[in-house]
Design a protein around this ligand. Structure first.
Ligand code: CA
Length: 228
């Protein structure tokens, strides 16, 4: 899942980005309203965290313009004051949720998870594909009851596959939602990660779950044997 974090205060931006990355999110940071709008326009974010007080263009305007462009991306606004007028303005501008500064990082994470769950299909905390189980809150995976040890990035990749189970996931989708703007599209990093992940989830199991569709991408499915 890829998040755009819009925060002009360098120390706060660094701290939030670091915390979110530790939770396996890919994070891009924008430090003013115009930059935020540009990035929201060129990248397909799964969620936006938007500070209200920003240089160039404030968070209310950024939010309004994102909605006016037809985007329904989940958006959390960070307001500095607990003023009813601010909260109302944020929600009116099209925010899905808001947090009042200073807030607890764990609360931000809970709200991020809640909004990401709200997607097209109601997503539960546990995702199951055959005997593979993902606990999306604890960010742990098990297969046949046994824990699989994954790095943060490997987990993020697996969760992305799991949320799109039975569908072909293209390399470009992975680059856009699992990696951030620093990802080099010409590197073979995705292939390397997919191989590593496949070894960890499929080795020693008769039923293979992670399949390559040549020229198309990858599929995580329990019903692919015939096409493999
Ligand atoms: Ca600010």
């Amino acid at each position: 899942m890829r998040i755009l974090l819009v925060e002009d205060e360098p120390s706060a931006a660094r701290m939030l980005a670091k915390g979110l990355r530790e939770q396996a999110y890919a994070v891009d940071v924008a430090t003013d309203g115009e930059a935020a709008l540009y990035q929201a326009h060129v990248n397909d974010y799964d969620l936006i965290i938007l500070d209200v007080m920003l240089p160039v263009k404030d968070g209310f305007d950024v939010c309004r313009e994102i909605r006016a462009a037809g985007s329904a991306v989940p958006l959390i606004m960070l307001t500095a004051r607990d003023a009813v007028a601010d909260r109302v303005a944020g929600l009116d501008a099209g925010a899905d949720d808001y947090l009042i500064k200073p807030f607890d990082f764990s609360e931000l994470l809970a709200r991020v998870r809640a909004l990401l769950r709200r997607g097209e299909v109601l997503q539960t905390e546990t995702i199951k594909i055959a005997d593979l189980e993902l606990d999306t809150q604890a960010q742990r995976a098990r297969r046949a009851g046994r824990a699989i040890h994954l790095t943060t990035k490997e987990y993020a990749l697996l969760e992305y596959f799991a949320r799109h189970a039975d569908r072909v996931v293209r390399r470009a989708d992975i680059a856009a939602h699992v990696w951030d703007a620093n990802f080099d599209i010409f590197s073979n990093l995705i292939e390397v990660y997919v191989q590593r992940l496949r070894r960890k989830i499929d080795d020693g199991h008769e039923l293979k779950l992670l399949h390559t569709r040549r020229g198309e991408g990858y599929v995580l499915t329990a019903e692919e044997e015939a096409h493999a």
